[in-house]
Ligand binder design. Structure first.
Ligand SMILES: Nc1ncnc2c1ncn2[C@@H]1O[C@H](COP(=O)(O)OP(=O)(O)O)[C@@H](O)[C@H]1O
Ligand SMILES: [Mg+2]
Length: 370
């Protein structure tokens, strides 16, 4: 087992035409540096350096890998390289922009446009430290944009598989982008994963625990629901494996009532359904719902709530509900029928998926990766 904290490259080092300014982050798999390219533009360079497999002491440039760890190191290296190559082909304002990737120092480097900002995780923590909560308008605006970016990723037959607030970056202008596609190596058209993807408890879909495949856009959709839930509660949902035996999520949703619109809460519950086929099956289905999301009476101004007694908002609400996409309406009906105690709809075995997916077939075999 190698050292947990590897030495970063020294400040000022020139590498492949870039000059390292400083380390800005390090995690279990990589170190990220601020650097400048030949034109003086700021870039973020991510270096593949899995702490569990390699050791690099201060003053060294090359990592040392124990012979027993070499196969795992090389597999991870290839995945990192594939990730960089796939991302370099994706150009979307809500997906991190990969400009280049290269091999050096017996490892791989990914060069991204440097963005100043902060992760959604930091934003949530700041809100909590002020005893404030992340508002619905913010959540809707951020996630509508993120879904556009993620849709582009899915269109390339890639899954993210590690979506969580720490991998969502908020630029200083407020626009969000998806980061860290470390698990995007998982292509949509593989029946079985060749590598067990990494996952983060709470944010990972239950099928990620199974190691038997069955992953798809619905797996990222679970994590999107989990990330919105984290915005609302300030903590991730109960891990999916625990939910399978003792699901405690319903109580959270009861507490959230009145703080967020009923429609947004239903949407999150829909994404967090344990049974993959009962979730929205594609981002398109999810976007339709999110874009059509009306504000419920719970967040309408009090003057409108007062009118409820006269029945006006009830009719208005009925019209708004009628405007909801058919898929969500059906699911809401299904959930209401099954959730007399307000439980999260996680009915198993029913053939709901085909109706939830609406016009989209839930498991159309995706095309081959480009
Ligand atoms: N393009 C970028 N611009 C600015 N900072 C970045 C960029 N990419 C990554 N970072 C910083 O590095 C941190 C870790 O990046 P990430 O890709 O999530 O790697 P890890 O595998 O270590 O989680 C991010 O939280 C962010 O602070
Ligand atoms: Mg990360």
């Amino acid at each position: 087992m190698a050292a947990q904290n590897n030495a970063p490259l020294p400040d000022g080092l020139e590498i492949a035409g870039y000059r390292i300014v400083k380390k800005i982050a390090s995690g279990g798999f990589s170190i990220v540096y601020l650097a400048y390219d030949g034109d003086g533009a700021a870039v973020a360079i991510k270096e593949y350096l899995p702490a569990a497999l390699v050791q690099r002491l201060p003053g060294q440039l090359l990592p040392t890998v124990a012979p027993a760890d070499l196969p795992a190191f090389r597999t991870g290296l290839k995945c990192f390289f594939d990730e960089a190559r796939a991302l370099a082909g994706i150009h979307h304002p809500n997906v991190v922009s990969v400009r280049n990737f290269f091999r050096a120092h017996e490892t791989v480097y990914m060069v991204m446009a440097y963005e100043s900002g902060d992760t959604l995780q930091d934003y949530i923590a700041r809100q909590r430290s002020r005893n404030s909560r992340v508002g619905e308008a913010f959540i809707r605006s951020v996630f509508v944009q993120l879904l556009k970016g993620l849709r582009t990723v899915h269109a390339q037959k890639l899954l993210h598989l590690d979506l969580k607030p720490a991998n969502i970056y908020l630029r200083t202008d407020g626009s969000p982008m998806l980061l860290d596609f470390g698990a995007a190596r998982q292509t949509l058209n593989q029946d079985l994963p060749t590598l067990t993807p990494m996952y983060t408890p709470g944010y990972a879909a239950p099928e990620l625990y199974d190691k038997t495949g069955g992953l798809g856009p619905w797996s990222d959709i679970y994590s999107i629901g989990a990330a919105i839930f984290a915005c609302m509660v300030g903590a991730p949902p109960q891990p999916a494996d625990q939910r399978r035996s003792d699901d405690k999520m319903a109580a959270h949703f009861v507490q959230l009532q009145g703080q967020y619109s009923a429609e947004l809460l239903q949407l999150v519950r829909w994404c967090l359904v344990l049974e993959p086929l009962e979730r929205p099956q594609s981002l398109f289905a999810l976007q339709k719902v999110l874009a059509a999301l009306p504000l419920s009476l719970a967040v309408l101004p009090p003057v409108l709530a007062a009118q409820q007694a006269e029945g006006i908002p009830a009719r208005m609400l009925a019209r708004l509900r009628a405007a909801l996409p058919q898929a969500l309406r059906r699911w809401l009906g299904h959930g209401a029928a099954n959730a007399s105690a307000g439980a999260v709809a996680s009915t198993r075995g029913g053939n709901v998926a085909t109706t939830v997916a609406g016009s989209e077939s839930p498991r159309d075999p995706p095309a081959t990766r480009q």
